[in-house]
Design a protein around this ligand. Structure first.
Ligand code: HEM
Length: 159
């Protein structure tokens, strides 16, 4: 393996740390929304949790989704694709199927991330479209997706 900016193992380690932070943030935010949905409008609890949601997004969720994608693409572009001289369709066709399936789940998780941020803006504007129960159920989704993605990435099944 030719040397790159950072070693494969360091990039893989940083990638795993970034996705841990990302998934942790995606597990916490819906729980804040569940409590906001059950709180008194304009009350202290609502204000506290809205501020906490904003901080969680700025400090954890946004940096970690960017790092997870950047390091994932770096790993693919540097260690999984051996020769970039080939035409792109050929490179895409040679990508392992487990990674393509993984990317479908990760794109779903990125969409879920976007949905949470949009709902956060609505909650801050006083619009409560979903119940506490909805947010408690939705809060489990990132963990279920992470189970599938981690098993795809570690077992690399021959799909
Ligand atoms: C955000 C977009 C993502 C991209 C582009 C991406 C891409 C990659 C690539 C190319 C590798 C290296 C695979 C190899 O060495 O053969 C990798 C490793 C890994 N990824 Fe991701 N990934 C992403 C998100 C995630 C997420 C969300 C999770 C977990 C929830 C995850 C978990 C892992 C794990 C555990 C490994 C190490 C697997 C191993 O070497 O045993 N990735 N990823």
């Amino acid at each position: 393996m030719q040397p790159h900016l950072i070693s494969y193992d360091l990039a893989r380690g940083l990638h795993i740390i970034a996705v841990m932070a990302w998934v942790a943030g995606l597990l916490i935010l819906p729980r804040y929304y569940a409590h906001i949905s059950g709180s008194q409008r304009g009350g202290e609890l609502e204000q506290t949790l809205l501020a906490a949601s904003k901080k969680l997004t700025a400090i954890i969720l946004t940096p970690s989704i960017i790092l997870a994608w950047a390091l994932g693409i770096f790993l693919f572009a540097t260690y999984l694709v051996s020769d970039w001289e080939r035409p792109l369709p050929e490179i895409a066709a040679a990508a392992p199927h487990w990674l393509l399936v993984k990317l479908i789940f990760v794109l779903g998780l990125s969409g879920y991330h976007g949905f949470l941020l949009a709902e956060g803006r609505r909650l801050a504007a006083g619009e409560r479209r979903h119940s506490g129960r909805f947010w408690r159920i939705m809060g489990e989704v990132p963990f279920l997706v992470a189970i599938v993605v981690v098993l795809l990435a570690t077992t690399k099944p021959d799909l």
